[in-house]
Design a protein around this ligand. Structure first.
Ligand SMILES: Nc1ncnc2c1ncn2[C@@H]1O[C@H](COP(=O)(O)OP(=O)(O)OP(=O)(O)O)[C@@H](O)[C@H]1O
Length: 246
């Protein structure tokens, strides 16, 4: 499914954001407060832009019925407030779809297994650690069987193994993914293309190799980076000097 933002502007927070993603993994990177979450909120309809459009396969997202049938979002607002079990939380992913108890229960147990949280199925969600909660919310998004997955910092709280697991699992779904990532090396490893936001505007976009160059990193993040090729994958990876630049 194709997601297309054109000229999206929200107050004075983001301005003239134009980006697209189509059956690929697209990363949004940028410093704190640069407008990454605000941009994502426009995609999953938590915010209506003041100007510009967000289209899903050519249809305005704000006019579309049952968006949850095609789009799942794992965001900073995705927390569960009440005391559901893990299995119940993941079952919520089936709500946008027509009910079919046998099928739904298979999808839920597959999602729990895929994200390696089957052993937590009967635990109270609220009793889980931060990383366990994050993985359960990812299982819920997987159970939703979306065609577009919007992820805001999906590796938050996760140890390194689970960071890698979650991003390769997301990639393996083969759907359109738009994800905010702070870790530029993970972004380089898992994203097909990146958009760099700075002060509410897109300042660069392209493949990780095109975008993650020392000049841009210095300008946007105010740190000195050295680019090296990963010894086994060849993917560009960044090493940072300790001093920050003004
Ligand atoms: N509802 C709001 N009212 C006023 N300011 C807001 C609102 N939402 C976001 N902002 C401001 O807009 C800017 C961009 O916020 P946003 O959450 O999109 O940034 P971000 O790039 O996701 O940041 P981070 O990396 O810190 O998560 C921030 O300065 C934030 O304080």
């Amino acid at each position: 499914m194709r997601v297309e933002l054109t000229g999206v502007t929200v107050q004075n927070i983001v301005e003239d954001i134009t980006l697209h993603a189509s059956n690929e993994v697209v990363g949004i990177v940028g410093p704190n407060g640069s407008g990454k979450s605000t941009t994502l909120r426009c995609v999953y309809r938590a915010l209506k832009p003041d100007a510009g459009t967000v289209l899903l396969d050519g249809e305005n997202v704000h006019k579309r019925q049952n968006i949850a049938g095609v789009l799942a979002a794992l965001t900073q607002e995705s927390q569960v407030e009440f005391d559901f079990t893990v299995a119940e939380v993941v079952e919520m992913g089936r709500l946008p779809h027509d009910r079919n108890p046998a099928h739904d229960s298979r999808v839920v147990s597959d999602a729990l297994a895929t994200v390696d949280v089957s052993h937590l199925a009967n635990r109270s969600f609220l009793s889980l650690s931060g990383g366990e909660r994050q993985r359960v919310l990812i299982a819920r998004a997987v159970a939703q069987q979306p065609r577009v997955l919007v992820l805001d910092e999906p590796t938050n709280h996760l140890d390194i193994r689970h960071q890698l697991d979650v991003l390769s699992l997301a990639r393996g779904l083969g759907v359109t993914i738009i994800t905010v990532l702070h870790d530029l090396n993970l972004a380089a490893s898992y994203c097909d293309r990146l958009y760099v936001l700075d002060e509410g505007r897109i300042v660069a976009h392209g493949t990780p190799a095109e975008v993650l160059v020392p000049e841009l990193i210095a300008k946007v993040f105010h740190v000195t980076a050295h680019v090296v090729a990963h010894p086994t994958t060849g993917v560009p990876q960044l090493l940072f000097d300790q001093e920050v630049t003004p």
